[in-house]
Design a protein around this ligand. Structure first.
Ligand SMILES: Cc1ncc(COP(=O)(O)O)c(C=O)c1O
Length: 370
C-alpha cells in the first residue's frame, strides 16, 4: 500500500535545499483572506458587491462548447477592440493580462528595471515591493505627506521609473490629474505608471494624457468597477512602443494568459456601459452614506475616491476593532505595517445592507467598555 502523501512529506524536512536562490530571497504578497464560510459580511478585498453585467455572463455562457478544444486568441483582439473603443484609443495602445497583477508584474520587468531606483509611495499597494524582489528591481519609497497624500514634487528627482495607484491604496486618496500632468512634464526620461484599479469610483483617468506623454502607462482592472475579480482580467494603455515591451515579456512567459471565457466576458463587460455606470453610482452613494455614519461614531475617515474607505478611531486600535468585527462575522482588512497605518481599518464599500450591519456592529463594539 502507498504511504499517505503527508507521511512521505514529513520525512523530507529540508526540501528547501532544492529551491533556487531566487526563491530563498522572496517575500511573497499576502492576499486578503477568501474565507470559505457562508453568511459573512465580506468587506476585506475591495470586490464589488454587485454581480457582473448580465451581458458579460451571457457572453461567457455562449463560450461553453466545442471551440474550447482550441486555444484562445493569443492577442485577445476582440477584448482589445472593446477596451480601445471604451477609452477612445487605438487597439495598438492596449495590452491585456490575467488580472492587473499580471500586467503590473510584466510592467516591472519590461519597463521599470533600470540602474536608477524606481520610486513609489511608502504606503501603497503592497505588491510593488514584491515584484521588485522577484525581478531584482532597485527601488526607493517616497513618504506620503502627513495627510497621507502623494506630493508630486517629491518624485521630481532622478529615477528609473515611477509607479503609484490613483486613487492610492489602501488610503483611497486621489491625486488630481493636473498634478500627474505636472509630473509628466518634468519626468520625460523614465516611465510613469498610474495604477487606476479604483479610478472609476471617483477620479479622472490619466488615459486622457497618453497621446501627449509617450512615457505614461495607465493600468486598469475589471476586478473592481466591472465586478469581475473572479475572471482575472486587467489591461494597460499607453504608447505602442511601451505596449510592445509588455507583449515581448508576455510572449516569453505565457502566450495565452486570457482564456476564451475571459476574452468574451471582459469584452461584453466593457461594452455594457449603462450597467457599469449604474453599479459605480450605487457604490459611490453607499460610500458617502457610510462615511457620514462612521464620522458620526467618531471615526476619522480619509477622503476616498475608491470603493473602500480607510478609517481610524481615536479610542480604539485598528487591530482590536478588526478582531471585534470578525467575532461578529464581519471581515475588514487591517495592515500592521507600516506603523503609521496600524490604527486604520480598510473597509470595502458593500451593499447598503452590508454597510448597515457594519455600522450596527461598530456601535455595539464602541458601546462595550474595553
Ligand atoms: C492598487 C491595486 N492595483 C492592482 C490590483 C490587482 O487587481 P487585479 O489583479 O484583481 O486586477 C489591486 C487589487 O486589489 C490593487 O489594489
Amino acid at each position: 500500500m502507498l504511504a499517505p502523501p503527508n507521511i512521505a512529506w514529513k520525512k523530507n524536512k529540508s526540501m528547501s535545499r532544492f529551491w533556487s536562490a531566487v526563491v530563498h530571497g522572496l517575500t511573497p504578497y499576502v492576499p486578503g483572506e477568501q474565507p470559505k464560510l457562508a453568511n459573512l459580511v465580506k468587506l476585506n478585498t475591495n470586490e464589488n458587491p454587485y454581480g457582473p453585467s448580465p451581458k458579460a455572463l451571457e457572453a461567457m455562457r455562449a463560450e461553453v462548447g466545442d471551440s474550447l478544444r482550441l486555444y484562445p486568441d493569443p492577442n485577445a483582439d476582440r477584448l482589445k477592440a472593446a477596451i480601445a473603443e471604451y477609452h477612445g484609443v487605438k487597439p495598438a495602445q492596449v495590452f491585456v493580462g490575467n488580472g492587473s497583477d499580471e500586467v503590473l508584474g510584466h510592467t516591472f520587468l519590461a519597463l521599470l528595471k533600470h540602474e536608477k531606483p524606481l520610486l513609489f509611495p511608502d504606503i501603497t499597494y503592497s505588491f510593488y515591493p514584491v515584484y521588485c524582489g522577484l525581478y531584482g528591481v532597485n527601488y526607493k519609497t517616497v513618504p506620503l505627506t502627513k495627510s497621507f497624500e502623494i506630493r508630486v514634487e517629491d518624485y521630481m528627482v532622478p529615477n528609473g521609473g515611477i509607479i503609484f495607484p490613483n486613487p492610492n491604496a489602501p488610503t483611497g486618496c486621489l491625486l488630481p490629474l493636473a498634478d500627474i500632468e505636472r509630473l509628466l512634464e518634468v519626468n520625460a526620461d523614465s516611465v510613469v505608471v498610474v495604477d487606476e484599479a479604483y479610478i472609476d469610483f471617483g477620479g479622472e483617468s490619466a488615459v486622457a494624457l497618453v497621446d501627449r506623454y509617450p512615457q505614461l502607462l495607465v493600468i486598469h482592472t475589471l476586478s473592481k468597477s466591472r465586478s469581475l475579480a473572479g475572471l482575472r482580467v486587467g489591461y494597460a494603455i499607453g504608447h505602442p512602443g511601451l505596449i510592445d515591451a509588455l507583449t515581448r515579456v508576455k510572449d516569453s512567459f505565457n502566450s495565452y494568459p486570457l482564456d476564451r471565457f475571459a476574452i468574451a466576458g471582459a469584452a461584453a463587460a466593457m461594452e455594457d456601459r449603462s450597467y457599469f455606470e449604474e453599479t459605480c453610482r450605487k457604490v459611490v452613494a453607499t460610500r458617502s452614506r457610510l462615511v457620514g455614519e462612521l464620522e458620526a461614531l467618531g471615526f476619522d475617515v480619509l477622503p476616498s475616491a475608491a470603493n473602500f474607505i480607510f478609517a481610524r478611531h481615536a479610542g480604539h486600535e485598528g487591530a482590536e476593532l478588526t478582531a471585534k468585527l470578525r467575532e461578529r462575522s464581519i471581515i475588514v482588512r487591517h495592515f500592521r505595517n507600516p506603523a503609521r497605518i496600524a490604527p486604520f481599518m480598510r473597509i470595502t464599500v458593500g451593499t447598503d445592507a452590508e454597510c448597515d450591519s457594519l455600522v450596527a456592529a461598530l456601535k455595539e463594539v464602541l458601546a462595550t467598555p474595553v
